[in-house]
Write a protein that binds this ligand. Structure first.
Ligand SMILES: *[C@@H]1O[C@H](CO)[C@@H](O)[C@H](O)[C@H]1NC(C)=O
Ligand SMILES: *[C@@H]1O[C@H](CO)[C@@H](O)[C@H](O)[C@H]1NC(C)=O
Ligand SMILES: *[C@@H]1O[C@H](CO)[C@@H](O)[C@H](O)[C@H]1NC(C)=O
Ligand SMILES: CC(=O)N[C@H]1CO[C@H](CO)[C@@H](O)[C@@H]1O
Length: 476
C-alpha cells in the first residue's frame, strides 16, 4: 500500500491481502515484519515493531525546499563493505571473499546466513536511531542491495533469482523503518546494488572489472520492477526512493544513456504507483525520487527532471576528495579552498536552476588509509601500497586511521588531526547547507574512526549539535 492517510489506513486494514507483507497500519508500524522470519533467527526483530503504543506520530512530510537535510548513511549494514566491517570478512577465513557476492558464492550457505544474520541484527539497532536523533540529525540514507528486496515473480517478467547472494535482510529493513518512524527520522532508501552491478565496486555487492547492469536490458527492467514493488510496499514508510547509487556513467555512452533512461522510467514508475493508489496524504505529498550524477558531472543533468517534467526530484552528489593522488596531495587548507571555490559554486549553480541537491556521500577522512577502503587486500594510495596509476608516497598511514583514542593499540588521533577533521567536516557542511543539505558517510565503521560519525561525536571533532561552528564562514 502506498501513502496511506492514517484514517484511510484504518479503514483499509481489513482489505490488505496476506501477500501484502508490509503494508502500513494506523500507528505507522509495519505489522508484517515477522512474515519472512524463521525460527532460526537469533532474536525476534518484530518485538520492537509490535510493542508500539499506537501513539506514534503520523508520517510528516519533510520540506526539502526549506529544511536542510542533515543525515548519516547506514553504510556497511544491508550491503557489506570490507573496510567498514573487516571482522566479517576475516571471519570467513577466505581471502577470496571480497564482497557480498563472493561471500554468498564461496562460503558454506548456512555459515554465511548465520554470519550475515548476526550482523544485520547487531550493526544497526534502535539505539543507533536514538543516537542519530540525539545528534540533531533528521535523515538516514539506507543502502540496500536488490537481492535483499523480496521481489515476487508476480511483480516481474525477469528473473527473480538472487544467487549467489544470501537473502534475508528485508525484515531488518522493515524494523529499521519502524524505528525511524518512532524516532522521527526521515528515510532515503537507496538502491546501492543493482542486478549485474551498476559500477563493479564492492559496495554494489560485486567487485568486478566487468559490471553488466546497463548492458542487459533485463537487468534494468528488473530494477524498474523492483522500484515499483518498493514503492507499493514501503512507499508510505520512506521519504525518498533513490533509484540507483553511483551508476558508472563514465563507462561510455551505452552506460550513460541507459542510466538516463532508467532515471526517467524509474521516476515515472514511482509516480504511476502513486496515481494508481486510492489513497494519499491529505497534503497531496508525493514521494521524493532521488537520482545521482553517475560521475558525469552535474552539468550533464541540466534541465533533467525539473518541473513540470519532474516534481519532488532530488539530485545526490558524492564529493569525496581522496581517491586520486592529486586530491590526496591537498593540505587541509587546500581542501577547504577546493570545497569553497569549486564544490560550493558547482552544487549551488546546479541547484539554483535545477532540482533539489543533496551531498549524499562525503566524509571527514583526509586520506584513503582506512584498511581495505580500496578493496579487501588492496592497499592505499596515500602510503603508495596501492599504485593503480603510479602515484607517489604521501606519508605513512599511521595516525590517520584506526581508533581515535588508541583502543586498537595504535597511536590514536593527534589534537592537530582532530582539528583538521573538524574543519573539513564543517566546511563541507557549510557548502552543503548552501543547497539542500548533507548525508555523511558513514554512521559506523569498525576500525576507521575518521569515517565514523559516531566516533566523531565521541572524539569531539563532530559536534552534538550539527549547527555548532568552531570555524564559521570558511567560504566567506
Ligand atoms: C509481464 O508481461 C505481461 C504480458 O506481456 C504484461 O501484461 C505484464 O504487464 C508484464 N509485467 C511486468 C511487471 O512488466
Ligand atoms: C490536494 O489536491 C486536491 C485536488 O487537486 C486539491 O483540491 C487540494 O486543495 C490539495 N490540497 C492541498 C493541501 O494542497
Ligand atoms: C577509547 O574509547 C572507547 C569508547 O569508544 C573506550 O571504551 C575505551 O576505553 C577508550 N580507550 C582508551 C585507550 O582510552
Ligand atoms: C542478476 C541478473 O539478472 N543479472 C543478469 C544481468 O545481465 C547479465 C547479462 O549481461 C545476465 O547474465 C545476468 O543474469
Amino acid at each position: 500500500m502506498f501513502l496511506l492517510h492514517p484514517l484511510i489506513a484504518l479503514l483499509s486494514l481489513a482489505a490488505l491481502s496476506a501477500a501484502s507483507k508490509c503494508s502500513l497500519k494506523i500507528n505507522g508500524q509495519i505489522p508484517g515484519a515477522q512474515a519472512p522470519f524463521t525460527a532460526s533467527l537469533p532474536s525476534e526483530p518484530t518485538q520492537t515493531a509490535s510493542t508500539g503504543t499506537g501513539a506514534l506520530p503520523s508520517p510528516t512530510a519533510f520540506d526539502y525546499s526549506r529544511t536542510k537535510v542533515r543525515g548519516v548513511n547506514l553504510g556497511g549494514w544491508l550491503v557489506l563493505e570490507p573496510w567498514i566491517t573487516p571482522s566479517i570478512f576475516e571471519a570467513t577465513g577466505n581471502d577470496n571473499i571480497v564482497d557480498e557476492f563472493t561471500l554468498g558464492q564461496l562460503m558454506n550457505p548456512n555459515a554465511a546466513q548465520k554470519l550475515l544474520q548476526s550482523h544485520w541484527e547487531s550493526w544497526i539497532t534502535e539505539d543507533d536511531f536514538i543516537a542519530i536523533k540525539a545528534a540533531g540529525l533528521n535523515h538516514v540514507r539506507i543502502p540496500i542491495g536488490y537481492w535483499s528486496i523480496p521481489l515476487p515473480s508476480s511483480a516481474t517478467n525477469t528473473s527473480t533469482s538472487t544467487a549467489p547472494y544470501i537473502t534475508g535482510a528485508w525484515p531488518y529493513l522493515l524494523r529499521a523503518l519502524n524505528w525511524a518512524r518512532k524516532h522521527s527520522i526521515h528515510v532515503i532508501i537507496d538502491i546501492h546494488g543493482a542486478p549485474g552491478s551498476q559500477n563493479g565496486y564492492d559496495n554494489s555487492g560485486q567487485r568486478t572489472g566487468n559490471p553488466v547492469w546497463a548492458l542487459n536490458p533485463s537487468n534494468v527492467t528488473r530494477t524498474i520492477d523492483t522500484i515499483r514493488w518498493l514503492t507499493q510496499n514501503i512507499g508510505g514508510m520512506v521519504d525518498v526512493i533513490e533509484l540507483l547509487n553511483e551508476g558508472a556513467g563514465f563507462r561510455g555512452p551505452d552506460w550513460s544513456n541507459a542510466i538516463r533512461q532508467y532515471f526517467l522510467d524509474g521516476y515515472n514508475t514511482v509516480r504511476a504507483v502513486e496515481s494508481a493508489s486510492s489513497s494519499t496524504y491529505s497534503d497531496n505529498r508525493t514521494l521524493g525520487v532521488m537520482i545521482g550524477d553517475a560521475f558525469m558531472g552535474l552539468q550533464s543533468w541540466d534541465g533533467f527532471l525539473t518541473f513540470p517534467q519532474g516534481n519532488n526530484a532530488l539530485m545526490d552528489i558524492h564529493t569525496y576528495q581522496i581517491f586520486s593522488d592529486l586530491e590526496l596531495g591537498r593540505s587541509i587548507s587546500d581542501h577547504i579552498s577546493y570545497e569553497c571555490s569549486s564544490v560550493l559554486p558547482n552544487v549551488l549553480s546546479y541547484a539554483q536552476s535545477n532540482i533539489w541537491t543533496v551531498l549524499g556521500e562525503w566524509s571527514a577522512a583526509l586520506t584513503d588509509c582506512a584498511r581495505w577502503l580500496n578493496g579487501r587486500g588492496v592497499g592505499a594510495r596515500w602510503d603508495n601500497t596501492w599504485t593503480p596509476t603510479g602515484g607517489f608516497y604521501h606519508g605513512s598511514c599511521s595516525g590517520w586511521t584506526g581508533s581515535w583514542n588508541g583502543s586498537d593499540g595504535g597511536p590514536g588521533f593527534s589534537e592537530q588531526y582532530k582539528q583538521q577533521l573538524r574543519q573539513y567536516w564543517e566546511v563541507q557542511i557549510e557548502a552543503a547547507e548552501n543547497v539542500q543539505g548533507w548525508i555523511y558517510w558513514t554512521w559506523k565503521a569498525e576500525n576507521a574512526d575518521e569515517w565514523s560519525y559516531q566516533k566523531g561525536l565521541e572524539g569531539g571533532w563532530i559536534p552534538h549539535d550539527p549547527t555548532e561552528r568552531k570555524y564559521p564562514h570558511m567560504c566567506g
